[in-house]
Design a protein around this ligand. Structure first.
Ligand code: SF4
Length: 378
């Protein structure tokens, strides 16, 4: 039984890619159709198992991400989508996002026919040299063609772009945005964050490649934000910009607002009843777990303490331009935020604001969010 009746989000992780990008440490394996069929059966089985346990859940968002969901054959992806939609209870205003990469986005109409109503395209850059250097296998021309075609089938099309890539100039960013922004309704602009596990991270660690300083990264972010504003986009989360409020990602908002969601597939995360769950980032293990049905011990459940929950709510809330809803925070955790954290609030007052019951980062200071959030740990 679920503690509240807010609709859930449903995330499905597709763990396949055609090739590995040099900056990426997401869990993915090389695509293989036989393995993909087994994977889809396992996801369906996991979903049935979840629904047996939480039979009163309604979902109002689905997000199929990865990996690269568009590497799945049309038949395999259709089976996944049809089965999920047939098994679960979904609200009438379901937001259904599918991530695609340009080189495999060949079934755009079929996805829409299957029920997808929001497409997220991994563009990253429109500079072919940069694309090649980070291991992307599409060209700028193909990316633009896919965006144009997508906009004929979907009212809400999002493009991912990256900032702070090696050799990326400010002019690359403004050119990419000026070409993408007129076509799409939403742009996620991610600053490069490298882990040592990624091929590029290893090169940086070993001194073979260098990446930009934090100041240079911040310049790239400012450049992207200013360019996006010229095209009528508003920032609603540090890395996310939408042409209007109803084009914001409702699914991703659940993460920042700490609403509940269920993740299916290897490496997928869930958040239910104040517990975070993680599926192992291992396709073989994931496939083994489905017999006879996914046991809850399959997950590594981590209950959060009250302090951890408060910190999480502050940290995630500060990512949003609307900031933290202080009244809700006080009610949720039985605290008095402005009094209990008065010293910290004073300390970070040069980069934050408190207006109309919301505590937020100042618009030009969003990138300091992590540093500000950490102050609330002490
Ligand atoms: S960035 Fe995307 S396409 Fe590239 S390896 Fe990672 S998940 Fe796959």
């Amino acid at each position: 039984m679920i503690k509240n009746k807010l609709p859930f989000g449903l995330y499905i992780h597709v763990p396949f890619c055609r090739s590995k990008c040099s900056y990426c440490d997401f869990y993915s394996a090389t695509y293989n159709e036989d393995l993909a069929k087994l994977y889809v059966d396992a996801v369906i089985s996991e979903f049935k198992s979840v629904l047996l346990e939480f039979d009163d859940i309604e979902f109002d968002t689905i997000y199929i991400g990865g990996g690269t969901p568009s590497v799945l054959s049309n038949k395999t992806l259709n089976k996944l989508i049809e089965s999920i939609l047939a098994l679960g209870r979904f609200s009438d205003d379901l937001e259904f996002t599918l991530e695609v990469n340009p080189e495999s986005a060949v079934n755009l109409k079929a996805y829409a026919d299957a029920g997808v109503n929001r497409l997220s395209v991994g563009v990253q850059s429109l500079n072919n040299d940069i694309l090649k250097s980070i291991g992307r296998i599409h060209t700028s021309t193909l990316a633009l063609q896919v965006l144009e075609q997508a906009s004929t089938y979907y009212k809400n099309v999002s493009a991912d772009i990256m900032l702070g890539l090696p050799n990326q100039k400010l002019s690359d960013i403004s050119t990419s945005i000026s070409l993408i922004a007129p076509i799409v309704t939403h742009i996620s602009a991610y600053i490069l964050k490298l882990s040592d596990d990624s091929p590029l991270g290893l090169k940086v660690r070993d001194g073979i490649t260098t990446i930009m300083s934090d100041d240079e990264m911040a310049d790239q972010y400012e450049c992207a934000r200013d360019e996006l504003m010229k095209f009528g986009f508003s920032c609603y989360e540090i890395s996310n910009f939408a042409k209007s409020v109803n084009m914001q990602s409702r699914h991703n908002m659940k993460y920042w607002l700490r609403h509940e969601y269920i993740g299916l597939g290897p490496a997928a995360h869930s958040y239910i009843n104040n517990k975070r769950f993680f599926n192992p980032p291992d396709l073989v293990k994931y496939l083994e777990f489905q017999t006879p049905r996914f046991p809850r011990t399959f997950y590594d459940a981590i209950p959060l303490t009250k302090q951890e929950e408060i910190f999480e709510a502050i940290m995630l809330g500060l990512r949003l331009t609307t900031g933290i809803d202080v009244g809700k925070l006080n009610t949720d955790f039985n605290i008095d935020f402005l009094t209990d954290y008065a010293d910290v609030i004073k300390k970070v007052s040069a980069v934050t604001s408190y207006n109309n019951g919301h505590f937020a980062m100042l618009p030009g200071k969003m990138l300091l969010e992590s540093a500000v959030a950490v102050e609330f740990l002490h």
